[in-house]
Design a protein around this ligand. Sequence first.
Ligand SMILES: C[S@@+](CC[C@H](N)C(=O)[O-])C[C@H]1O[C@@H](n2cnc3c(N)ncnc32)[C@H](O)[C@@H]1O
Length: 262
Amino acid sequence: MDIAQIYDQLVADHFDEDLFQIYQDAREQSLAQIRDREPATAPSILDLGMGTGEWLLKLVGAFPQAACHGVELSEKMIAVARRKFAERGREVKIIHEDANRFGKHVAAATMDLVTVHFVLNYIDRKRVMAEAFRCLKPGGLLSVASSTHDCFAALHELGKQFLSAEEIKAQFFIPEDLGELEADLKEAGFAVARGEVFQKKVRFEDFDHFYHFAMHSGWLADPIFLKYMSQENLSLYREVGKAVFPMEDSFQAAIVLAEKPR
Ligand SMILES: C[S@@+](CC[C@H](N)C(=O)[O-])C[C@H]1O[C@@H](n2cnc3c(N)ncnc32)[C@H](O)[C@@H]1O
């Protein structure tokens, strides 16, 4: 299964459960950063990897006159988002596309705000930052939220017992930390307006609690992980897990607002 199929088949119907409210709280933090910069009252907004549209809906709540655009690869995530936009009477231009190629759909210097939240593990971030820079108006904002290498450190330690060094390395396509994300943004021409660490403590009661969370939040939405999740393996993990769970861990992310210089 590729990423779009994984989100279609395993994640889309459950994504909005947001166990532990990680996405919800991260959105609050991002929105506070954006509000502080007092953007235009009717901004043109483009969200890359919009998922089920929750973040765009939050943005239109804050900026009711916004013109919204969402790029997304998974048809099922789009279907869930489309239903919610219709229910709330919000018009959103949906672009069914790989975020790596969103630039061909968006003219230069037309956006006031581009956002890319919890998608950097799937895309070429330097390429996408360069395209976002092109699409933004001078003074336009780029909001980025991404997990970092220290995210779920305890789970990663556990994963080392099952995954090869190569497979572990493949999970670290995301920025190492806030500093690396900010450095990438500066290299793309942006000025960093605000950078913050987002942290949320979690507690997994047993293996199934973890599995439920990871599948539904998209955290296991990766062909490498799924390879290890056969029914046979799940029984083994349940057994091994009795000695490991309950387990406390911490979700770590970097939340940055950057500005295209005027
Ligand atoms: C963890 S979810 C985050 C969704 C949303 N940004 C949010 O914060 O609620 C990741 C989303 O990115 C989408 N995605 C993954 N790779 C993508 C790509 N190359 N282009 C566009 N969307 C992608 C997935 O289908 C999924 O909807």
